[in-house]
Ligand binder design. Structure first.
Ligand SMILES: Cc1cc2nc3c(=O)[nH]c(=O)nc-3n(C[C@H](O)[C@H](O)[C@H](O)COP(=O)(O)O)c2cc1C
Length: 333
């Protein structure tokens, strides 16, 4: 059995290629005598090193390395027994170090950058792998809200890992309380967790304070509040805010219309919203049906209701509710 330690650290000062090569040469000599194998990579002020060998030798070397003032913030990623070595004798490690560091552009700095900014994969096959990578990145940079958010976004797509997604989003908003995107993602996810809807609502309320112009947050909050007894008026206000923030969004006007239509005395306002929605998308059969429902209840607007219902049925012939209403208010052919 061997012992393997992998750690990362930050160089105390900037290292030149010559410095790295010199250290590599020295390590080579020491390590071959001590029976240690491994790899050391330096990139952009960061080291990552794997050392493996007999447990006592690895332990002794690590104590010496950790005490070395040339680097700091030593972070052990892995310290475990392994049945075999993964690295051969670090043959001319010095020579290969620079090229390895060069070739390893995909290592530390790039790896972290990918983890922070890369879009999460869409395909199921890549999800678990992506989680592994992002978890590693999270260990390397535990204070990055972006990595936590990206990790949570991937976890969210994996059935059975939603709880972990929630805790990573929670971690992300703690790390960056101003990240309205993280609050939004957390809020939307909590709305789907039984017993945590109120927390979801609170997160979305935070988003509307941090980013008042973000219409989707108002809409999601409006939908969530509409299901809460006694909070319907607040829900309407959120739909109003969404329509104000996104005046060109048909959905926003439709949602506001649908909410207003449920309030006595707001039928005229509701009709206005559906009219706006239809100006934005004349092909929305549902908006036409809902507008017709409002006209049907208004004195002297039956003809308008009939017109809207006929158009709705032309657009969506299977809309049985529209057909029924039309038959009721306008019997005959
Ligand atoms: C990033 C880094 C990695 C190191 N890796 C090794 C190593 O693999 N082997 C080694 O003997 N010394 C390594 N050293 C040097 C040790 O910290 C320490 O200086 C050396 O083991 C002491 O040897 P000495 O007592 O013979 O001077 C490393 C130092 C740094 C900063």
């Amino acid at each position: 059995m061997f012992r393997c330690i992998i750690y990362t650290s930050k160089a105390a000062t900037a290292w030149t290629e010559q410095d790295v090569l010199a250290l590599g040469r020295q390590n080579d000599t020491h390590n071959s005598v001590a029976g240690i194998t491994g790899r050391l990579i330096y990139q952009g002020g960061h080291f990552i090193q794997v050392i493996e060998g007999a447990a006592a030798d690895v332990g002794r070397l690590f104590v010496a390395i950790a005490a070395d003032p040339r680097h700091r913030e030593i972070d052990v990623l892995l310290d475990c027994p392994v049945s075999h070595r993964s690295y051969g004798a670090s043959s001319a490690a010095a020579a290969s170090l620079a090229s390895e560091a060069e070739a390893a552009r995909g290592t530390i700095a790039d790896f972290l950058q990918r983890a922070e900014s890369g879009p999460p994969p869409a395909e199921d096959g890549g999800l678990t792998e992506a989680v592994g990578e992002l978890e590693k990145a999270g260990e390397l940079r535990p204070d990055s809200a972006e990595i936590r958010t990206n990790l949570a976004t991937v976890l969210e797509k994996i059935p059975d890992r939603r709880e972990e997604a929630v805790s990573n989003f929670e971690e992300a908003v703690l790390l960056n309380p101003f990240s309205w995107q993280a609050h939004y993602d957390l809020g939307k996810l909590l709305l789907e967790v039984p017993g945590r809807v109120d927390e979801g609502i609170a997160q979305l309320e935070t988003v509307t304070r941090l980013a008042p112009g973000f219409a989707d947050a108002h809409t999601s909050l409006g939908v969530a509040l509409s299901g809460k007894p006694g909070r319907f008026d607040e829900s309407v206000r959120e739909f109003e805010a969404a329509a104000l923030a996104s005046p060109g969004s048909e959905d926003a006007h439709f949602n506001l219309g649908a909410a207003l239509a449920q309030l006595p005395g707001r039928q005229r306002d509701a009709a206005e919203q559906f009219q706006t929605a239809l100006r934005l998308n004349p092909g929305d059969a549902d908006a036409r049906y809902r507008l017709a429902c409002i006209y049907a209840g208004m004195p002297g607007r039956t003809a308008d209701a009939v017109g809207q219902l006929r158009e709705a049925l032309r657009l969506a012939p299977g809309n049985s509710a529209a057909a029924e209403l039309l038959a009721k208010i306008h019997p005959g052919p």
